[in-house]
Design a protein around this ligand. Structure first.
Ligand SMILES: Nc1nc2c(ncn2[C@@H]2O[C@H](COP(=O)(O)OP(=O)(O)OP(=O)(O)O)[C@@H](O)[C@H]2O)c(=O)[nH]1
Ligand SMILES: [Mg+2]
Length: 613
């Protein structure tokens, strides 16, 4: 066996935390202080959040690599997303790291996603640096949070050694870290030092042949497909002949066209790549995440990256609405399918399944939000298609039906406890614990089927007057608790094609909540509002006031309509029922019945009632 060495010129760390605990902001500060920018250079905030949707929503969606230099050592940093739906990204990021910085908000303490990422990091055997962040918050309670972190580690079965983690306090936003609460830090010096001291350089076997585990894929217009991953052993050079080992052990030969490493947020071309480094390799098209790239003579695969299975699916079908093709560039289903297949190659957490129907497929992911982000991305790229309501993926074991469950942590004012508990019990939730710290706010933990939480967030925010906080977190599969109704109301459905007029909408207002404005085009079968009652109602949104010779006493041309709130994509996909679709185009999000003709829908319902009786 070859001797194990460590590459001391390098450190590979992942930054992990619950959503919004300050990962990306801390990376910014590390950049600034490592001298990556000139003093007077104007740099954006949250530099690593490069995707348009990430900047818009202020969250990280995809894990990303970068590097900083500190005292001659290059630190490769992987910024990860904190939102639970992007857990797959964290798992991939950890496969490249030798250590992790666990950030915990000094006021919020460890939250569900802290537990998830910490569990994964411990399982991967990574060295952890704990950073209690945002100690500047007026409601910061760092001592109590530290106790909670110990509790969490013990709960996760951490070893004695893991319990003796290096600990720092920080104000990431101001670029400050310190060892104790008493001192006042001035910069991130101690964080850099702790990384160098506590995180081991990547290990490799001396003389072992080249092995790189592909953890991420990217694309460049100039050199094509890029494979990103850690070099576990050996070295490689530009123009080397290598081989890629696929999932079934198949071998694809390749010639390295370009080798790059991360320098700051950019890539730097190199002639040779060192063991332990994170490389970006061009020269192969047919490569998948989890593959090993290695030597021709000694092709030995590394353990593949295993990602948790998807829990939610959404049906994607061709846009066959009357307005199809008016707003998008890519309307044919073959184009939509091609784009989805491309996503599969880039994102291991997403899967695709045939439905057996023409022009439709099922996409599966870690949560409705992850799928909504994919749909939103495609819509912005010019695609047009229809999607159905998200559905959870059941499992069957020994004749038992199992469904995905969530741990849900709710933090809200005592006053709203009643309504929250009632709503959650309708959704088959069970209360697990309740903590009332006397401040008027309560923290309640529930176990709720994932199905029951689809579309719940909006309702929760309304019920708690926007002041409640909820953190759902996937908690494995458990006994099916029975169907819960998605929505108790029906839909207001347009009965003809035309343009909505104020007079008609005004008369429809008492029937429910409207989703369209006067002047909006409508078609037969399009959902224009939510009916107050349980059944659907076909309505005419284009009905003008009859003209008469008599002067009307009230001037209804000037009707004043209540303002409407357009549904967002996420709201629309959780609003629609099984027999309904969301029509997604670059310009609009419309909802419709799957079957557009009122008469046909009527016949279908009559037939289904007949078979039931
Ligand atoms: N008070 C305070 N706020 C901070 C600090 N660091 C970050 N924030 C704020 O916290 C919010 C979230 O910061 P991000 O850096 O986007 O958090 P993140 O962990 O990358 O979030 P995700 O990637 O979505 O999981 C932003 O509004 C920051 O301005 C800090 O040290 N103190
Ligand atoms: Mg982030």
């Amino acid at each position: 066996m070859a001797a194990e060495l460590r590459n001391d010129n390098l450190r590979n760390i992942a930054i992990i935390a619950h959503v919004d605990h300050g990962k990306t902001t801390l990376v910014d500060a590390l950049f600034r202080q490592s001298g990556l920018f000139r003093d007077n250079q104007n740099v954006n905030e949250r530099l690593m959040d490069t995707m348009e949707l990430e900047r818009e929503r202020g969250i990280t969606i995809a894990a990303k690599n970068c590097s900083v230099m500190w005292q001659g050592v290059r630190i490769n940093i992987i910024d990860t997303p904190g939102h639970a739906d992007f857990g797959g990204e964290v798992e991939r990021a950890l496969s490249m790291a030798d250590g992790a910085i666990l950030l915990v908000d000094a006021s919020e303490g460890p939250l569900p996603q802290t537990r998830f990422v910490l569990k994964k990091a411990l399982a991967a055997g990574l060295k952890i640096i704990v950073v209690i962040n945002k100690i500047d918050r007026s409601d910061a309670r760092p001592e109590a949070v530290l106790d909670e972190i110990y509790d969490l580690l013990i709960d996760l079965g951490a070893t004695e050694e893991q319990l003796e983690f290096p600990l720092l306090y920080a104000i990431g936003r101001d670029g400050i870290a310190q060892k104790t609460l008493k001192e006042t830090g001035r910069d991130l010096h101690v964080l850099f030092e702790t990384i160098l001291k506590e995180i081991p350089g990547p290990a490799y076997d001396q003389g072992a042949p080249f092995q790189m585990l592909v953890s991420d894929l990217a694309y460049s217009d100039y050199v094509g497909r890029l494979a990103v991953g850690k070099i576990f052993n050996g070295t490689a050079h530009a123009r080397d002949n290598l081989v890629c080992l696929g999932e079934a052990g198949q071998q694809t030969q390749l010639k390295v066209a370009k080798l790059q490493i991360f320098q700051g947020i950019h890539l730097l071309e190199v002639e040779e790549i060192q063991p332990g480094d994170i490389a970006v390799l061009a020269g192969i098209e047919a490569v998948q995440i989890g593959d090993t790239i290695c030597n021709l003579e000694t092709p030995r695969a590394l353990p593949r990256i295993r990602i948790d299975q998807p829990t939610v699916s959404i049906k994607v079908s061709v846009n066959n609405s009357p307005f199809s093709g008016k707003e998008g560039k890519h309307v044919q289903f073959s184009r939509v399918r091609e784009r989805l297949l491309k996503e599969l190659r880039m994102n291991v957490a997403i899967q695709l399944e045939e439905t057996g129907e023409q022009e439709s497929v099922l996409i599966k992911g870690r949560g409705e939000f992850q799928l909504a982000i994919l749909i939103e991305t495609m819509r912005r790229e010019g695609y047009e298609f229809c999607v159905g309501r998200p559905k959870v993926i059941y499992r069957y074991e020994n004749g038992r039906k199992l469904e995905p469950m969530e741990r849900l942590l709710v933090d809200c004012d005592e006053r709203f406890m009643g309504v929250v508990t009632e709503k959650l019990s309708c959704r088959k939730g069970k209360m697990i614990s309740l903590a009332n710290n006397g401040s008027g706010r309560v923290r309640v933990e529930y176990s709720v089927p994932s199905q029951g939480l689809i579309g719940y967030r909006d309702e929760f925010l309304t019920d708690t007057h926007g002041t409640g906080i909820m953190h759902p977190f996937f908690d494995g599969y458990d006994e099916f608790r029975g169907e819960s109704l998605s929505r108790f109301t029906g839909s207001l459905v347009a009965d003809r094609t035309g343009t909505a007029v104020p007079y008609a909408l005004y008369n429809l207002e008492p029937r429910g909540r409207l989703f369209i404005n006067p002047g909006d085009p409508v078609y037969e079968g399009m959902i224009i509002g939510e009916h107050n009652r349980g059944s659907d109602l076909n309505v005419n949104a284009c009905k003008e006031k009859k003209l008469s010779n008599m002067r009307a006493a009230n001037k209804d041309e000037n009707v004043i309509l209540s303002p409407i709130k357009l549904l967002t994509l996420e709201q629309a996909i959780s609003f629609v029922r099984d027999d309904e679709r969301v029509e997604v185009t670059p310009r609009s999000i419309r909802m419709r019945k799957a079957e557009l003709g009122a008469q046909k829908r009527h016949n279908l319902r009559a037939a289904s009632l007949k078979t039931k009786s």
